[in-house]
Every structure is written in structure tokens, then in C-alpha cells.
Write a protein that binds this ligand. Structure first.
Ligand code: AMP
Ligand code: MG
Length: 416
């Protein structure tokens, strides 16, 4: 769904899940692909379906070190002696067809000689010079891996939209594929707004602070493996913000700004945005991170995040990240998940808004977790994000949480 005028006029609070849904509906998957060597495609999103060009394994082979025989030659009872004409090594097959009553020594991965259908494990025979004694109790076809058993020619292997894992690039290599087509990297531009902001390396004047949002955003974007365009700090001046947004829209698929979306006097971003694109200004019933702007400037998607350092991280994680993942063409299951944990500290919570408190999650036993508060929860206290390894998700209805109560927790995993 595209944001509409109704959104702007709507002064009511949006729920977190409504905002998440509208944002996801409002972002496109980018087009554009590139072909990469398979190793470089790790963590990238597959752009095409992959169909197996070969059988894996390509030949019927032994799953064990042992002796390849014809099952019909095996004794029903007692022990038989088999002459051993030679050995089928992995990669160095015994090329002669097996003759009645013979046992060809075979190594794991060795190609089955023509006519043999069964492998008897080395541990189950007695070798005497050029012959081997094999007893009863074996099953036809045992210890044999059929050609195409892993993947058969023409069989679908992966569908487009899959983020390639270490196992996946291994599978691609096992098919003999050296290159693979993936979606191009998403280009994401961001800048901070605020007259009070200084960049690292500059001295601080009275009332000034260092810009940290560009660092937290950079870090979270890096983990998404997108192309990052850091546009620095933009002063709270209409022309400068307009110019920065113009440049960003021309260069990026997505633009993220922080600050300037509240009702403070120096906040020009809102007016400028209204002029430049189709925008929705939402007050979301959440804490922290209430004001969030979402919209489009030309072909770029725009996310206007609040200025407070914790709010930036929370709103990025809850709204922007899933949207960027969708934009890369990734249609796999979301990578963030929740678990239930018992809290070991009391949590203060007023009803009305969804709260994302910062917590420290620990495993207390198999399948059992505890969580404690990561400390002061102010939206400007970035340290609480550093201390934390999870969000504690508290529903709007929830009130104070006592020690021992269960809460839903969303681990940061390696995503933050
Ligand atoms: P704003 O949304 O612009 O009114 O900013 C809200 C609060 O976040 C203010 O206290 C700002 O000083 C602070 N803030 C805004 N941008 C940043 C930033 N990039 N780094 C650190 N603090 C910021
Ligand atoms: Mg500001």
C-alpha cells in the first residue's frame, strides 16, 4: 500500500504491526542482477532458480571401504571365498565388469564396477591374499550410493530469492557451477540532521554533541551487506536538507535520515519531505521511537527516523531492516525471531504503548532463558543498547512486570 493523504491527516497512533505492514507493502524488490563467482555470492540473494545440470553423485559409488559384489553370489548361510581381481579407488575406478563370484575391493567414494550392486564392509570379511571370505546376512544394495541420489539432473535445487548460505555455495560447487546470478547490492544513503551535531574529529562547542547515529546505522547496514552511502551531517536548513535528499534519491534505492521529524522549531525535514515526495508521517504507539516518516522520493524509498540514538536503532531494526531485506529480493523466512524468557529484574511499564526495552538474555538451562534489564531505558541512553543483547517486547496492554514473570524477547543475534 502506498502512503496516502489519509495517513498524514490521521492523528491517531499507528500500532507497531500496522506500521511494519504498511512499510513492507510500500517497498519494491529492486531489479538488477550481477553474476558472481560462487564464493563471492555468499550471503547474497539468488536471482534465478537453479536446476541441477548433473547427477550428484555422478556415478554409483561405495559408502564404505569394503568389497563390491553381486548380491546373488553371496551365501545364504555359511561362508564363501571370493577371488579379488583388484581395487576400485575413489577417483581411480576398477574398469573391468565384475565376474560371477568375484569381489572387487572398493574404497569409500570408489565407483561401483559394472555388474556389482552391493558392498560388504571391510570389517565384515576376512581377507587372505588374493581372496576374501564373506559370510551371510547381507542385504542387496547395502552401502551403495546411487548416481543422482543427492541431486538428479534437471531437479530443482534452489529457487530465486534465497539468501545463499555456506551450505548453499557448497551445493552449487557440487553441481560444478562456478558462477551464479544474484540480485545487485542495494544502495542505501543516510545522513544525520541537527545543528547540534559534530562529526568525530571536530571539537565540541557549547551545546554540541557528537553524531553517533551515522555510526550505529553504518554498523547495522554493514551487517546487511548493502552498499553504504554516508552523506554526513546536514545542518537544519531547508535548502541543505532539500539538496541532500535530492542527491540521495538520485544515488540510492533507500534513504535513511535521523532527527528532525519531531515538532521542534528547527525541524525542517518534514516540510521539505512534503514538498519532495509522497510521505506518511506516523506517530507509532511505541517506546522509544514514536515519530517515523515513510515515503518515496522519486524512485527511492525514504525512512525518516527519530533523532534519539536508541530510537534510531529500535526503529531501524523493527521497520527499516525488514524492508531493506525485502528490497534485496530476499523472500526467505525472516532472520529475527523471539523466545520466551523469565525476567530476573522487575520492569517498569505503563500501559498504552508497545515498548522495546533493552535486555540481557541468558540461557539458564536446555530451552530455558532468563532476561534482565540492560539498565536505564531512556531513548538517549545508547549505552543500554551496548549492554543489551536483546529487545524485551512488552505489548501495549502490559503493565509493570514482576520478577519471575515471562516476557517475549527478541535476540539481536548477529544482526545488530
Ligand atoms: P530530533 O529528532 O532532531 O529532535 O533529535 C532528538 C534528540 O536526538 C536530540 O536530543 C538530538 O540532539 C539527538 N540526536 C539527533 N541526531 C543525533 C545523532 N545523529 N547522534 C546523536 N544524537 C542525536
Ligand atoms: Mg534535530
Amino acid at each position: 500500500m502506498q502512503p496516502s493523504c489519509e495517513d498524514e491527516l490521521n492523528t491517531g497512533l499507528l500500532t507497531v504491526s500496522e506500521a511494519q505492514e504498511r512499510i513492507l507493502d510500500g517497498v519494491p524488490a529492486i531489479s538488477g542482477t550481477e553474476t558472481l563467482p560462487v564464493r563471492e555470492a555468499l550471503d547474497r540473494v539468488l536471482a534465478v532458480d537453479i536446476v541441477s545440470p548433473i547427477n550428484v553423485p555422478s556415478h554409483t559409488n561405495s559408502a564404505m571401504d569394503g568389497y563390491a559384489v553381486r548380491a546373488e553370489d553371496l551365501p545364504a548361510e555359511g561362508v564363501c571365498e571370493f577371488p579379488v581381481p583388484g581395487t576400485s579407488w575413489a577417483g581411480r575406478p576398477w574398469l573391468a565388469p565384475i565376474k560371477t563370484g568375484q569381489a572387487v575391493q572398493i574404497m569409500t567414494g570408489g565407483m561401483m564396477p559394472e555388474g556389482a550392486d552391493t558392498v560388504v564392509m571391510q570389517e565384515h570379511v576376512e581377507r587372505n591374499g588374493d581372496t576374501v571370505h564373506i559370510g551371510s546376512g547381507h542385504r542387496q544394495g547395502q552401502n551403495v550410493r546411487a548416481a543422482g541420489e543427492d541431486l538428479a539432473v534437471g531437479q530443482p535445487v534452489f529457487t530465486a530469492g534465497r539468501r545463499l548460505t555456506a551450505a548453499d555455495i557448497g551445493v552449487l560447487a557440487s553441481l560444478g557451477l562456478g558462477e551464479v546470478s544474484v540480485t545487485r547490492r542495494l544502495r542505501v544513503a543516510f545522513f544525520s540532521t541537527g545543528d547540534e551535531l559534530r562529526s568525530v574529529g571536530e571539537p565540541l562547542g557549547p551545546g554540541e554533541i557528537y553524531d553517533s547515529n551515522r555510526y550505529t546505522l553504518y554498523g547495522m547496514l554493514r551487517k546487511l551487506d548493502v552498499e553504504i552511502i554516508d552523506m554526513g551531517v546536514v545542518r537544519d536548513r531547508r535548502e541543505l536538507i532539500e539538496q541532500a535528499l535530492d542527491t540521495a534519491a538520485a544515488r540510492a534505492d533507500a534513504i535513511i535520515t535521523s532527527g528532525g521529524v519531531s515538532v521542534g522549531e528547527a525541524d525542517f525535514v518534514k516540510e521539505t519531505l512534503e514538498k519532495l515526495g509522497r510521505m506518511a508521517f506516523w506517530k507509532i504507539a511505541m517506546k522509544p521511537g514514536r515519530p517515523v516518516t515513510f515515503g518515496h522520493i522519486n524512485n527511492a524509498v525514504f525512512f525518516g527516523l527519530p533523532g534519539n540514538p536508541v530510537s534510531v536503532m529500535v526503529t531501524f531494526f523493527q521497520f527499516v531492516r525488514p524492508a531493506l531485506v525485502k528490497m534485496t529480493g530476499n523472500t526467505g523466512t525472516p532472520d529475527a525471531y523471539t523466545v520466551t524468557a523469565r525476567t530476573t529484574t522487575a520492569l517498569r511499564k505503563r500501559p498504552g504503548r508497545f515498548e522495546f526495552q533493552r535486555g540481557v538474555l541468558e540461557q539458564s538451562g536446555p530451552g530455558e532463558f532468563t532476561v534482565r534489564s540492560a539498565g536505564a531505558q531512556g531513548s538517549g541512553i545508547l549505552r543500554s543498547m551496548s549492554e543489551a543483547n536483546c529487545f524485551i517486547l512488552l505489548d501495549p496492554d502490559r503493565t509493570n512486570v514482576a520478577i519471575g514473570e515471562e516476557v517475549t524477547v527478541q535476540p539481536f543475534l548477529n544482526l545488530i
